[in-house]
Design a protein around this ligand. Sequence first.
Ligand SMILES: [Zn+2]
Length: 113
Amino acid sequence: MHEMSITRSMLEIARREMEVNGIHALRKLKVRIGELTAVEPDTLKFCFDVAIKGTPFQGAVLEIEEVPLGGRCRVCGGEVRITAFDNRCPKCGSTDIERVSGHELDIISMEGD
Ligand SMILES: [Zn+2]
Protein backbone atom coordinates (compact mmCIF):
# COMPACT_ATOMS: atom_id res chain seq x y z
CA MET A 1 0.00 0.00 0.00
CA HIS A 2 1.18 3.50 -0.98
CA GLU A 3 0.37 4.96 2.45
CA MET A 4 2.07 2.18 4.39
CA SER A 5 5.45 2.68 2.70
CA ILE A 6 5.11 6.44 3.25
CA THR A 7 4.35 5.81 6.93
CA ARG A 8 7.42 3.59 7.22
CA SER A 9 9.76 6.16 5.71
CA MET A 10 8.24 8.93 7.85
CA LEU A 11 8.78 6.87 10.99
CA GLU A 12 12.34 6.11 9.90
CA ILE A 13 13.06 9.84 9.63
CA ALA A 14 11.33 10.45 12.96
CA ARG A 15 13.38 7.72 14.63
CA ARG A 16 16.65 9.29 13.49
CA GLU A 17 15.51 12.73 14.64
CA MET A 18 14.58 11.31 18.04
CA GLU A 19 18.01 9.73 18.39
CA VAL A 20 19.77 12.97 17.50
CA ASN A 21 17.63 14.99 19.92
CA GLY A 22 17.54 12.47 22.75
CA ILE A 23 13.78 11.95 22.57
CA HIS A 24 12.50 8.62 23.88
CA ALA A 25 8.75 8.84 23.40
CA LEU A 26 7.02 10.45 20.45
CA ARG A 27 3.85 12.42 21.27
CA LYS A 28 2.98 14.09 18.01
CA LEU A 29 4.12 14.00 14.42
CA LYS A 30 2.96 16.75 12.10
CA VAL A 31 3.22 16.25 8.37
CA ARG A 32 2.36 18.23 5.25
CA ILE A 33 0.88 16.38 2.31
CA GLY A 34 0.35 17.79 -1.17
CA GLU A 35 -2.70 16.99 -3.26
CA LEU A 36 -0.55 15.47 -6.03
CA THR A 37 0.91 12.79 -3.75
CA ALA A 38 -2.48 11.00 -3.91
CA VAL A 39 -2.23 10.17 -0.22
CA GLU A 40 -5.52 9.66 1.61
CA PRO A 41 -5.22 11.35 5.02
CA ASP A 42 -7.57 8.83 6.65
CA THR A 43 -5.64 5.89 5.22
CA LEU A 44 -2.36 7.44 6.30
CA LYS A 45 -3.67 7.88 9.86
CA PHE A 46 -4.82 4.28 9.89
CA CYS A 47 -1.43 3.02 8.64
CA PHE A 48 0.32 5.21 11.19
CA ASP A 49 -1.68 3.70 14.06
CA VAL A 50 -0.95 0.17 12.81
CA ALA A 51 2.75 0.86 12.25
CA ILE A 52 3.42 2.35 15.71
CA LYS A 53 1.81 -0.46 17.69
CA GLY A 54 4.39 -2.07 19.94
CA THR A 55 7.09 0.42 18.98
CA PRO A 56 8.60 3.42 20.84
CA PHE A 57 6.15 5.55 18.83
CA GLN A 58 3.09 3.96 20.39
CA GLY A 59 0.52 6.54 21.54
CA ALA A 60 1.79 9.22 19.17
CA VAL A 61 -0.69 11.31 17.23
CA LEU A 62 -0.37 12.03 13.54
CA GLU A 63 -1.44 15.48 12.43
CA ILE A 64 -1.90 16.07 8.73
CA GLU A 65 -1.86 19.38 6.94
CA GLU A 66 -3.18 19.09 3.39
CA VAL A 67 -1.72 21.31 0.69
CA PRO A 68 -3.93 21.96 -2.34
CA LEU A 69 -2.58 21.90 -5.84
CA GLY A 70 -1.50 25.43 -6.60
CA GLY A 71 0.19 27.32 -9.36
CA ARG A 72 1.58 30.65 -10.41
CA CYS A 73 0.79 32.53 -13.57
CA ARG A 74 3.87 32.91 -15.77
CA VAL A 75 2.45 36.06 -17.31
CA CYS A 76 1.41 38.20 -14.33
CA GLY A 77 2.68 36.20 -11.34
CA GLY A 78 -0.82 35.76 -9.90
CA GLU A 79 -1.66 32.78 -7.70
CA VAL A 80 -3.82 30.13 -9.33
CA ARG A 81 -5.80 27.32 -7.71
CA ILE A 82 -5.35 24.43 -10.14
CA THR A 83 -8.36 22.21 -10.73
CA ALA A 84 -8.99 19.43 -13.19
CA PHE A 85 -11.29 21.62 -15.27
CA ASP A 86 -10.11 25.19 -15.31
CA ASN A 87 -6.49 26.25 -15.10
CA ARG A 88 -6.73 29.88 -16.00
CA CYS A 89 -5.23 32.84 -14.19
CA PRO A 90 -8.04 34.75 -12.42
CA LYS A 91 -6.23 38.05 -13.00
CA CYS A 92 -5.15 38.02 -16.64
CA GLY A 93 -6.80 34.94 -18.09
CA SER A 94 -3.53 33.31 -19.15
CA THR A 95 -3.33 29.52 -19.27
CA ASP A 96 0.46 29.52 -18.88
CA ILE A 97 0.49 28.26 -15.31
CA GLU A 98 3.47 26.90 -13.43
CA ARG A 99 2.81 24.32 -10.71
CA VAL A 100 4.22 25.44 -7.37
CA SER A 101 2.57 23.28 -4.74
CA GLY A 102 0.94 19.90 -4.37
CA HIS A 103 4.02 17.63 -4.30
CA GLU A 104 4.73 18.13 -0.60
CA LEU A 105 5.41 15.17 1.65
CA ASP A 106 7.26 16.58 4.62
CA ILE A 107 7.52 16.21 8.34
CA ILE A 108 6.85 19.69 9.72
CA SER A 109 7.35 19.11 13.41
CA MET A 110 7.69 16.50 16.12
CA GLU A 111 6.88 16.54 19.81
CA GLY A 112 8.18 14.11 22.34
CA ASP A 113 9.91 13.54 25.70
ZN1 LIG B 1 -1.98 35.98 -14.86
